[in-house]
Design a protein around this ligand. Structure first.
Ligand code: PMP
Length: 397
């Protein structure tokens, strides 16, 4: 027997498993609402015009492929920091924020988790119930004990805020609290500004460590609006960790572009933090890839391309909202005894539709694929497939 002979099969990834089943389905009318990807109205993953133009510039430059610094491309890190915190923010002016380029939002979370494990090894980590399915596994694999805090209330299809606040108040000092900055995945239920104020106050009063995960900036109310919560946390002085991703907002999924930013209490502390973040990166993958970071930096630092990006991102945001409206309106016609108005209140790419596992199974028999929890990707609906989806949902209700 070899050293590998006793290794068991790892559990399948629940979301990727749906895609596998979808790919194996020979029905030409099949629809995949299980993914976390934005599709345009033709059912295609867009290649944004701002990205195409930036790539044309990069090809023209034809630069040699040297290594990037451990912390990534300087122009990228700076542009990300300004996008996330605001160029005029105190944390940037006072050099208290450090940013490292990361392998997507997932890589940013992992750098943050490994960093925290070195300097707060005994801390408890808390994630929302439910949360993105990788949060728990990622922090556990970094060595943390991961707990849930109350979040979603199926009876209102919104946030159980009283429950969430009570859980926050009961966390031991020093606990790490993972929060979705906007467009909560998987529920689509976000906090109001007034609720954020209370969360920020409890976190500061109880010396908790907030870790904001922002994978969907621009898909909620707008780029600045969605980022506002990060700025309000930063204004309390830190500590604060922020992971952000351009997978969705630039439609650059496979380029793996994200970043981790950490807010320190002084510029001197920030430089020590950066040195330690670099150590985490160095021992994992040495330094990040060039292309995605250069592409995003080119767009964010060119006034013309940046405007184009903001317009294209607004287009994606508006299309998702139109699909929410259409879904609610059409379901009202086809299933008048059921109230889906909450779908309009939810934000971002996803909706916790309230469909049960049995109903999701029944949809699958019609070649419509959703997550067992009832999560559907609203960004996968389009003017061609929506009627089929509505008819099928009405049938399984
Ligand atoms: N956080 C959340 C909440 C997400 O939904 C995702 C991806 N869907 C990520 C992080 C990871 O982003 P990336 O694909 O850039 O690694």
């Amino acid at each position: 027997p070899s050293v590998f002979s006793a290794i068991e099969m790892a559990p399948r990834d629940p979301i990727l498993g749906i895609t596998e089943a979808f790919n194996a389905d020979t029905n030409p009318g099949k629809i995949n609402l299980g993914v976390g990807v934005y599709y345009d109205d033709n059912g295609k993953v867009p290649l944004l015009a701002c990205v195409k133009k930036a790539e044309a510039i990069l090809i023209e430059q034809s630069a040699p492929r040297t290594y990037l610094p451990i912390e990534g491309l300087a122009a990228y890190d700076k542009a990300v920091q300004e996008l996330v915190f605001g160029a005029d923010s105190a944390v940037i002016q006072e050099k208290r924020a450090v940013t490292v380029q990361a392998i997507g939002g997932t890589g940013a979370l992992k750098i943050g988790a490994d960093f925290l494990q070195r300097f707060a090894p005994g801390a408890q980590v808390y994630i929302s119930d439910p949360s993105w399915e990788n949060h728990r596994a990622l922090f556990e694999s970094a060595g943390f004990k991961v707990n849930n805090y109350t979040y979603y209330d199926p009876s209102t299809h919104g946030v159980n805020f009283a429950g969430m606040l009570a859980d926050l108040k009961a966390m031991p000092a020093g606990s790490i609290v993972l929060l979705h900055a906007c467009c909560h995945n998987p529920t689509g239920a976000d906090l109001t500004q007034a609720e954020w104020d209370q969360v920020i106050a409890v976190i500061a009063a109880n010396n908790l460590v907030p870790f904001l995960d922002m994978a969907y900036q621009g898909f909620g109310a707008g780029i600045a609006e969605d980022g506002a919560v990060v700025r309000r946390f930063a204004a309390t002085g830190g500590p604060l960790l922020v992971s952000n991703s351009f997978s969705k907002s630039f439609s650059l999924y496979g380029e793996r572009v994200g970043a981790l930013s950490v807010v320190a209490s002084s510029a001197e502390e920030a430089s020590r933090l950066l040195s330690q973040l670099k150590r985490v990166v160095r021992t994992n993958y040495s330094n990040p890839p060039v292309h995605g970071g250069k592409t995003v930096a080119t767009v964010l630092t060119s006034p013309e391309l940046r405007q184009l990006w903001e317009d294209e991102l607004a287009g994606m945001r508006v299309r998702i909202k139109e699909m929410r409206d259409a879904l609610v309106k059409k379901l009202k016609e086809k299933a008048p005894s059921h109230d889906f108005e909450f779908v309009r209140q939810q934000v971002g790419m996803f909706s916790y539709s309230g469909l049960t596992k049995q109903q999701v199974d029944a949809l699958r028999a019609e070649s419509i694929y959703a997550v067992d929890t009832g999560r559907i990707c609203v960004a996968a609906l389009n003017s061609t497939n929506i009627d089929k989806v509505v008819d099928a949902i009405a049938k399984v209700l």
